[in-house]
Design a binder for this molecule. Structure first.
Ligand code: FAD
Ligand code: DLZ
Ligand code: SF4
Length: 524
């Protein structure tokens, strides 16, 4: 991509309205772009700014991907004849914040109305609201036209009481008439086919590779470096492998439906060193920056089911992720912010072990999950939940530090979806607002769902002793130290019964082992 081609309005040409497009609002089908009468006196603005590159320590591919997709989007709008002003990170007149840049542009172009789409992130929404109130200009915040649950309605509903995801999901299926019989009953007679969807992957069928768009982003990477942005992970700038335009995202979706979706359901909880992606979609980045609409992804999956290419349990499992989980966590976020990001009901305080940042640990499961996160800016859901998240939960890591890690390391990480998944689902720091029990697992879970333990120096069957798998003693330490809060949870009754059955001597040895490991987390 040639940076010289980026659109700029250099002259002080007047416009009636300015429309700000955020880096994760690259939705070419937004109604903004479908009203020709408004285009002549509208200035569209996109900006690469330090406030956004620096509020988290982002993965290199996340910064590259967002900037490259923003640039492609700006160029497409300009080619379609719209007036677009694109501020690059290194532009001399870039003041590096939304407010400062907007103030200059509003004055320079004699703008009388400011418009933006509802931001997905609380922090950005606050910032823009405050700026607009101070500027004294009339302004309008419009819907981003992306999500399936209406934001005001869902925040109001969830502010009163957060329903269980399953019931929210059923209501969404009814609202959108998806996978229902003509009588309004769920196809196949049940709403949820999870029980069919929990298989270990034996190596067959072979896992498909993802599309490889292989963009050359070396020039952009130089710009980011020249500006001094601090990133983590491998940039892969010479062969960047994420979709950057709607056309590429649609191609990615087609590839997923044809090659991976048929086996998505069966192996969605599986993990393997032989494949970092297995049968997952890899569509979260394209969805979150709005190159794709969730309904078109859902409809493509349902069409594959209707053509007989995909089973009902598989399509139901996939639809639940997007129609259910994705919309649900957004509802929790908007209903509970800003308080949600400070919740820490388990009072976990330990620092994040340093190997989360370089993958250098002897534990094979964590080494693989973190290693691929650093090289690809991606890990699939079960790696995030049952490997990296599970370890942090069992070891009692400060959720602020866990959040910072997840918000930085994944290309799809935006606070509205990262925070409830991390602090809520994974760390149980919200005390069960989002999920009914903590996702805690020992080596027996990881061993059952993956091939990690085979090559590990630690012994998955041992609770204590030299080379005992750390997940085992930490699992029981977690239960023991939170018995007062969690012991009454009926979904954990079986775990607590097993703990009792171990007997005092075995319990003491297990807890002593856990203490030993907790004292040397950095060295595991
Ligand atoms: P697939 O497994 O193929 O699923 C298809 C789609 O369903 C995803 O693209 C995604 O849009 C949606 N989806 C699935 N599960 C969830 C979920 N729990 N919440 C929201 N959407 C979901 N997802 C993000 O998009 N951004 C994040 O920052 C993020 N952080 C997470 C942190 C933790 C600790 C955990 C446990 C999960 C997190 N997730 C996050 C949810 C989920 O892991 C990712 O959406 C998924 O791994 C993306 O890969 P995929 O596209 O291959 O997903
Ligand atoms: C994540 C990100 C980054 C790294 N950079 C920018 C940027 O320079 N300009 C921009 O408009 N947005 C960026 N983003 C996304 C925002 O930080 C923010 O996460 C979302 O807009 C909120 O939904
Ligand atoms: Fe992970 Fe323990 Fe298995 Fe090693 S033995 S891979 S540390 S679960």
């Amino acid at each position: 991509m040639r940076t010289t081609d980026l659109p700029r309005i250099a002259r002080a040409q007047p416009f009636r309205r300015l429309r700000l497009i955020l880096g994760d609002q690259l939705n070419a089908r937004h109604s903004w772009f479908r009203t020709p009468a408004e285009q002549a006196d509208t200035l569209y603005v996109l900006m690469e700014i330090r406030s956004e590159t620096d509020y988290a320590w982002h993965h290199a591919q996340k910064v590259l991907g967002i900037f490259a997709a923003m640039r492609a989007f700006a160029q497409a709008l300009a080619t379609a004849g719209l007036a677009v002003h694109y501020l690059r990170l290194g532009d001399e007149d870039n003041q590096q914040s939304f407010a400062a840049n907007l103030a200059t542009l509003l004055a320079r172009h004699q703008i009388s109305t400011l418009e933006w789409q509802q931001p997905d992130e609380w922090r950005v929404a606050q910032h823009l609201n405050e700026f607009a109130a101070q500027s004294g200009l009339p302004y309008q915040v419009v819907d981003s036209e992306h999500f399936l649950a209406e934001q005001a309605q869902i925040s109001q509903q969830f502010a009163q009481k957060i329903p269980r995801m399953e019931f929210f999901y059923r209501a969404m299926r009814r609202q959108y008439q998806l996978l229902l019989t003509p009588e309004g009953e769920p196809l196949g007679g049940q709403w949820n086919f999870d029980a069919d969807n929990r298989q270990r992957w034996p190596g067959n069928p072979p896992a498909p590779s993802w599309p490889q768009p292989r963009h050359d982003l070396r020039e952009l990477w130089q710009e980011i470096n020249a500006a001094g942005v601090r990133t983590l992970g491998a940039p892969q700038a010479d062969a960047f492998n994420w979709p950057l335009s709607r056309r590429e995202a649609q191609e990615w979706l087609r590839h997923f439906i044809a090659h991976a979706l048929p086996h998505f359901g069966a192996y969605q909880d599986a993990m393997s060193q032989a494949s970092p992606t297995l049968f997952h979609a890899g569509l979260s980045f394209a969805l979150n920056i709005k190159l794709l609409h969730p309904l078109e992804v859902i409809q493509a999956a349902i069409a594959a089911y209707e053509h007989g290419a995909v089973s009902l349990p598989t399509v139901e499992g996939f639809v639940r992720q997007i129609l259910g989980w994705r919309e649900f966590v957004r509802g929790v976020y908007w209903a509970r912010m800003p308080g949600y990001r400070a919740l820490n009901v388990l009072q976990h305080q330990r620092p994040l072990p340093r190997w989360y940042w370089d993958g250098q640990t002897k534990m094979a499961c964590l080494r693989h999950a973190i290693g691929q996160s650093l090289s690809m800016a991606y890990a699939h859901h079960i790696q995030r939940l049952m490997v990296t998240g599970n370890f942090a939960l069992l070891a009692g890591i400060d959720p602020d530090q866990v959040d910072a890690w997840y918000l930085g390391i994944y290309i799809d990480a935006f606070e509205w979806v990262e925070l409830p998944n991390t602090r809520g689902m994974s760390q149980y720091a919200d005390g069960g607002l989002l999920g009914s029990k903590p996702y805690a697992g020992s080596a027996s879970y990881i061993g059952k769902m993956s091939d990690y333990c085979k090559g590990c120096v630690y012994q998955p069957k041992l609770r204590h002793g030299e080379m005992a798998c750390p997940f085992n003693s930490l699992y029981w330490h977690f239960h023991a130290r939170h018995a007062e809060r969690l012991g009454r949870n009926p979904r954990l009754a079986m775990s607590y019964r097993s703990w009792e059955k171990l007997g005092a001597q075995e319990q003491a040895a297990t807890l002593a082992q856990a203490e030993l490991y907790l004292a040397q987390l950095d060295d595991l």
